[in-house]
Design a protein around this ligand. Sequence first.
Ligand code: SF4
Ligand code: SF4
Length: 437
Amino acid sequence: MATDLTEKIIQPGNSAARPVRIHPLRRGVQVLLAVLSVVAPFTNLFRIDIRTDRLWVLGQDFSAHNALMLFYVFSLFALVVISISLVYGRMWWCGFTCPQTIVSDFADSARQRLRKLTHAHWSRTRSVLSTSLWLSLMAVAAVATSATCVSYFYAPATVWQTVVAPTTDIGISTAVGILALFCFADLVAIRRHFCKTACPYGFMLGVLGDQHTMTVRYLWERGEDCISCKKCVRVCPVGIDIREGPNQFECIGCGECIDACNDILPRIKSNPKPGLIELRFGLDPMRRKERMTVFQRLGLWDGKRGLVAVVTLTLIVGFMAERFGSYGVLATISPLGTIAGDSRSIHETYQLILTNQTSSSVRMSLSVAGIPGVGIYQPADVVEVDAKSEKQLTLGISAPRAALVADRRYPVSIVARTTSGPAAMSKAATFFYVPGF
Ligand code: SF4
Ligand code: SF4
């Protein structure tokens, strides 16, 4: 049973310095992300347009078939998620930024506010009114969430137009309608059940986390200070008791229990003390913030974390510099795996993507180096690429058998050089594979 604290409350200010509250920070981040998720497809921050076959990343326009670019984008995203999770645990994603958390928080908060507003506990009629209002609000939220998701794959203006006039585009309005049904089910019934039972990220963290990962922890070494008010349990969105141990699978690291205990314990008149739940790197009670180095305060507790941080940052900077830097033309190449040969030479094909970032049309000549006598047999002529666009083509390379050893891979580089328009050059590296003869 919860302890009645009425007698024990003292005014804030009599206690030690008040800790930073996590709840307002969380809400601020969530509102910002919700707005950003609606704005992002409109401003081409990120979206894939299925009908026009285009991919937009940070306002840059690519072909949606550019598998290499998609691979870069999703690999980088996965690497960033994994490295941040290794250091900062579940809080930054599950607790703050995951879309499932944001919609669940919205649904829970709307339900509580509506119950309060309509005084739902006064009578059954008021309770039914409160539930009806909540279900209606969730239906609107489901359509808005669905339209936001679909606008990442179709023209955003058309998608939102179909919300008010479904006949504008039957294909899009069908997609919005079907997805809205799933969103509605999620908002009214699924919510945290997904986080508690099916979320793959939660399972992944069980593997990634170690003794230095940031964790929400009950200070069991100060257990005698707990007044068993259970406020930390009542505010927990997944309904667990953090006092039963850290790293419980259901804990999403939202930090609400930290605020709850900090709201109660420092106000106890007889014995004001800081809250009993905190966020810290690992579970060692002897770790004191004031004894940490700057790197440890940032979460870089060991060489593994330092290495992951350096690799991730290097890849991000390299990716941004290569894709959005001031290059004129760019060549990217990947093997297609087609290898043929005759008595004198071996032929191999590749997919070559030539990107022209300049504002004028260019003609490009191609050359290859790396093996004595190597040459390009396809395409036969120079390649023309329009301004601010890219061209995909099949590149054929052949090399004389006399220069090759069976069952070996030879590094080769392709050079694309402009022969008209602004002078520019780009080099792409790949391998020429020689099978066993
Ligand atoms: S940990 Fe804090 S909030 Fe939870 S029951 Fe104990 S005193 Fe109350
Ligand atoms: S125990 Fe509950 S309230 Fe505390 S961080 Fe975990 S999910 Fe949030």
